[in-house]
Design a protein around this ligand. Structure first.
Ligand code: MLT
Length: 409
């Protein structure tokens, strides 16, 4: 009989969002008339902006015409898009377009990146965190089992809670790979320049690599929050950055993202030989991926046009206004609220010290609202809860009204 990868058996329950759907479906079956408002998974609701749609159509038209048809494209993405990314996202930061790898989304990149690193690296992960970071390392066999509190043996957890203002602090011990996400999913908080400087100094000192997830970069409003880790001097020698068009331009269903792997990054073999991380990723990417669709890359390029930038900005402001409505309403109810300023997520302390899943049930039963239990993002998320600001305005307003009327705290 075929043997399975037993590392998968160490994973806890289902992946968070399918697990939530399962519970919501069970609730709906029992309460078929309940009009459920979903503020759980961070999925956009606004359609693609006009300039993106136009460019997407043009891409399709080119594919429909023999004289402009394209088959396989460059695995790393078309130069027209990589050049725009460098010019707009990393201006004057010393990033070159061949250090950009276009992909079908940041979830895959942040999950796949661990493949090019050795099995005995020590890995530090903020807790709570986007579940992909932990789960993919568990699947790869880099951890032992999870203990009763949900901590996997072999990982270094960096708690981010109200006690440290949701700022992961470099661990005492030397670690090799560090997952950081800023603006953060799930806490909605963002790392300031001084925090990132601290991290870059730590990584350089320990010859570690920071895996910097900047999927929510477009939501930054504070001047003191860097948009890219490469704004910090020396980061090109110690950081990989992930970017996504999903939350920036409504591409959650279209799929397009990118990863920056600087050529300066080095790792070593067991024997101590220095190896280029860029070359390894290039090898991995071109072996396992055949490039994002041409039309999708055309659509993504339009995000950088003058019109595109303006249109996308309006939508981001719309979601951030939602975040403010949710945050203000909860504060008025006396709930402790965090995030929602540089990220489209509001992170709240569960009132009355109930557990995250208890609050999930309460919100669903009392208000017919779906959110995400903080503990689903890691043990230190227990006692917290995430509400997504991606929603239609009328639903956000109704959600807030329901909480004010029906939520017994
Ligand atoms: C979330 O809700 O955390 C995100 O939508 C998940 C993702 O981006 O994959």
């Amino acid at each position: 009989m075929v043997k399975v990868n037993e590392s998968y058996l160490k994973l806890q329950a289902g992946y968070l969002f399918p697990e939530i759907s399962k519970r919501v479906n069970a609730f709906s079956e029992k309460n078929p008339d309940a009009k459920i408002i979903r503020l759980g998974i961070g999925d956009v609701v606004k359609p693609l902006v006009p300039s993106v749609v136009k460019s997407f159509h043009e891409g399709i038209d080119e594919l429909a015409d023999e004289s402009t048809f394209k088959g396989y494209g460059p695995e790393n993405g078309y130069a027209f898009l990589r050049d725009l990314v460098v010019e707009n996202d990393f201006p004057n930061l010393g990033i070159s377009s061949d250090e950009i790898f276009i992909s079908d989304g940041s979830k895959c990149d942040s999950g796949n990146i661990q493949e090019i690193f050795g099995m005995d690296n020590v890995i530090a992960i903020s807790d709570p965190a986007y579940p992909v970071y932990v789960d993919t390392n568990v699947m790869a066999g880099r951890t032992g089992n999870a203990d009763a509190n949900g901590y996997y043996e072999g990982l270094v957890y960096m708690p981010v809670t109200v006690e440290n203002d949701f700022t992961p602090v470099p661990p005492e011990e030397a670690v090799d790979l560090i997952y950081l996400c800023s603006p953060n999913n799930p806490t909605g908080m963002a790392l300031k320049r001084a925090d990132l400087e601290n991290w870059v100094a730590y990584a350089k000192k320990n010859k570690a690599i920071i895996l910097f997830d900047a999927a929510y970069e477009a939501y930054i409003s504070d001047d003191d929050v860097p948009h890219s880790i490469y704004e910090i001097e020396g980061a090109k020698e110690c950081a990989i950055e992930f970017r996504s068009f999903s939350k920036t331009a409504g591409f959650t269903g279209v799929r397009c993202g990118l990863i920056v792997v600087p050529k300066e990054l080095k790792g070593t073999t067991e024997a101590g030989e220095e190896i280029s991380i860029h070359q390894l990723w290039n090898r991995r990417h071109s072996t396992k991926f055949n490039g994002a669709s041409y039309a999708v890359q055309k659509a993504a390029a339009a995000v950088y046009s003058e019109e595109g930038r303006k249109e996308v900005k309006e939508i981001i402001s719309f979601y951030m206004e939602n975040a403010k409505i949710i945050g203000d309403a909860l504060s008025k109810l006396g709930v402790e609220v965090y995030g929602g300023v540089n990220a489209p997520y509001v992170w709240l302390k569960t009132p009355g010290n109930v557990s995250s899943w208890e609050f999930f049930d309460k919100l669903l039963n009392d208000c017919h609202i779906v959110g995400t239990p903080g503990s689903g993002f890691g043990p230190s998320g227990e006692g917290y809860f995430r509400l997504s600001a991606f929603g239609h305005r009328e639903n956000i307003l109704e959600a807030v009204e329901r909480m004010q009327k029906n939520l017994s705290l």
